[in-house]
Write a protein that binds this ligand. Sequence first.
Ligand code: FES
Ligand code: MG
Length: 571
Amino acid sequence: MTKKRRSQNWYGKLDKDGFIHRSWMKNQGFPDHAFDGRPIIGICNTWSELTPCNSGLRDLAEAVKRGVWEAGGFPVEFPVMSLGETQMKPTAMLFRNLLAMDVEESIRAYGIDGVVLLGGCDKTTPGQLMGAASVDLPSIVVSSGPMLNGKWKGKDIGSGTDVWKFSEAVRAGDMTLQDFMAAESGMSRSKGVCMTMGTASTMASLVEAMGMSLPTNAALPAVDARRAALAHLTGKRIVEMVDEGLKPSDILTKEAFENAILANAAVGGSTNAVVHLLALAGRVGVDLSLSDFELGSDIPLLVNCMPSGKYLMEDFCYAGGMPVVMQELAKAGHLRAARTVLGGDINAYADGAECYNDDVIKPFADPVKSAAGLRVLRGNLAPNGAIIKPSAATDRLLEHEGEAFVFENIEDMKANIDRDDLPVTPDTILVLKGVGPKGYPGMPEVGNMPIPAKLVREGVRDMIRISDGRMSGTAYGTVILHVSPESQAGGPLALVKTGDRIRVSASNGKLDLLVDEAELEARCAAWTPDKPHYTRGYAKLYIDTVLQAEHGADLDFLVGKDTRLVTRESH
Ligand code: FES
Ligand code: MG
């Protein structure tokens, strides 16, 4: 006898409630046998025209459905909030936890047995995983896939990364505004996510490294027919996963998170992975802390993609994609044993992988850069931690002491950064306050603030920048991020004044404000937080309950999970 499925608590009842659940679903033309006890698979879709990166997900959902039907399941697609990274103000990150709530409550309230998560753009992948992990039904990811390589004037150009470069070139007088505008159309040539190793491709790569998607999911271009085939196979697989009872909590173990941290170093992944992995770990109850990210510090950069390298995701795909990276990690003895959506061990994803271009995916013994993983910095300026991505930084600045120039908030920075009389030199350390989770709110990607115009004109392209915000996964530079506690929460960052000296040592993991204790205490006594920018609605809830960066900026009451079946009926 087979165990009664979860969905049968909706569709298997021979009473008024069962009548209601089935009858209204039948208005879409589903026959009786769709409700005969077969696995009902939710397809959780973040498709939206306002999330261009996810605009291909409608087609992929159809491919998933074919696979579900083929395996004897019943697919039902449902929308959840979509987060368009490039379109939402003040930042899509403000809404990641709202998407996670939407996903969690939708899965819990509906009569489904398993879920296929269709996401791609930066915050959609973590938001969906967090929500799904908190209900813990069998779940599997199909990502949007990257856009085709950007092309302009015969050259490859990368999402985000070349926007930052071109924008600086215009400010330096090295590029005309006309050329700048013309590059716009060449950068985004197809559906899909940023084709640099930005946050979207980073998260897709880590999802694959954690075994939450089928192999090759991360790099196949959005418009490659093989992605639709992968979606079809994923639809087949989720039906089997429901029968096997294979849940996110079986897959997302400490070892899986460690594999993600190692993979993040090897692919030159986004700093944003830190907050997303920490938040996800909080949902599944894995004890992951900022210090665990040290694990990646000595891992070399293997994937030669922007922003840390020169190629793009299409090249990464054709070179062999994530299976090759995992094989390199496995050969070097780094890949941890962990289960995957296929039921077996993650090593199966690496077995038999072949590298077709060893300039795009370098071998462990001859990497793009050695010791490329993120570094965690601590000290009296960041008692609860901060991070830096050395692979995208200037080596000279990784050990540096300099004078701070402080911007009190984003408006201050925008109004003054290009002043001709700004008292800064290439050795100045730029400090930006008020861009943390509570402060902005939502911890936006503004930590890579522009280089002051007067220095850009002198040819300066990098400086140390410190903030409580994040930066885009497509960005680069010697940028110290996620300083915790944030300034709005009264962290020491709030006390920094222009002219103070700051010492940075990436090799020692240190970030110190060289101001004596008595002076800091006096400043602290005189400090008051800014008035919050929002006083109602979700944003108020967010400001009041958001955790600091080292806890993944989740809302405090969302940590953990609730896997109970809802038994009360609506009528
Ligand atoms: Fe959506 Fe980059 S903006 S993936
Ligand atoms: Mg982003």
